[in-house]
Ligand binder design. Structure first.
Ligand code: 5RP
Length: 218
């Protein structure tokens, strides 16, 4: 990954870190962009409580001195901030390259405001494969046969015991595919995130951070 992309991630992360205020309960996504966010948050040293979407984020946040709680201790979050793999002009996203999509979607849905941060390489004209999936281990072969065009990743099970996989079929209509995947027995979660879940998308291009999409959620 180029230094320019890392600079963009850093700038978007710093902008989002400014949204965190004292006393807030904040969800933290997973990935390299979120790693910059964690650093920015530790520099600001705000008295806030954080919930992590992966063991990796949890360990990194704790190492930086952030106050992290289990999500079981919270019912609603004030804010959640996360990265994305693809951002379409209509606000649909693909997430889950890091395999944390299920927890990320739960945290997104539990936050009053859900903000995406990204470098400019994540902007696409239309979403395309792969769409990350978390699948039940039980009946896995039958689920894969029903799905078609899906490969299982050579990675450990998710922290919740799910099998991480990728759907390689065309996306075409994200709403339709989202429903199809959600309705499929054996699919725990999929990486299509609807605009109605998203409040803001902050993308850095060069030295400028822009709110490229004001999501469908207020
Ligand atoms: C992890 C994710 C990440 O947010 C997404 O893959 C972006 O990662 P990065 O910031 O490393 O490009 O969805 O499951």
């Amino acid at each position: 990954m180029s230094a320019a992309r890392d600079t963009e991630k850093l700038l978007a992360a710093r902008e989002a870190a400014l949204l965190v205020e004292r006393g807030m309960r904040v969800g933290l996504g997973t990935g390299t962009t979120v790693a910059f966010l964690l650093e920015a948050l530790s520099t600001r040293a705000i008295d806030a409580t954080f919930v992590a979407t992966s063991p990796h984020t949890q360990a990194a946040a704790l190492a930086l001195g952030l106050h992290v709680e289990d999500f079981d201790a919270e019912t609603e979050l004030d804010l959640a901030i996360d990265g994305a793999d693809q951002i379409a002009p209509d606000g649909w996203l693909i997430k889950g390259a890091g395999g944390a999509l299920t927890r990320e979607k739960i945290v997104a849905a539990s936050a009053k405001r859900y903000v995406i941060i990204a470098d400019s390489s994540k902007l696409v004209d239309s979403l395309g494969p792969p769409v990350p999936l978390e699948l039940m281990a039980f009946g896995l072969r039958a689920t894969l046969a029903r799905l078609g065009s899906t490969t299982v990743r050579a990675v450990p099970l998710s922290p919740d015991g799910g099998v991480v996989a990728d759907y390689h079929g065309e996306v075409h209509d994200p709403a339709l595919l989202s429903r199809r995947l959600a309705d499929m027995p054996g699919v725990v979660e999929h990486g299509l995130f609807a605009p109605t879940l998203i409040s803001d998308v902050l993308v850095a291009s060069g030295n400028t951070v822009r709110r490229v999409i004001s999501g469908g959620r207020q």
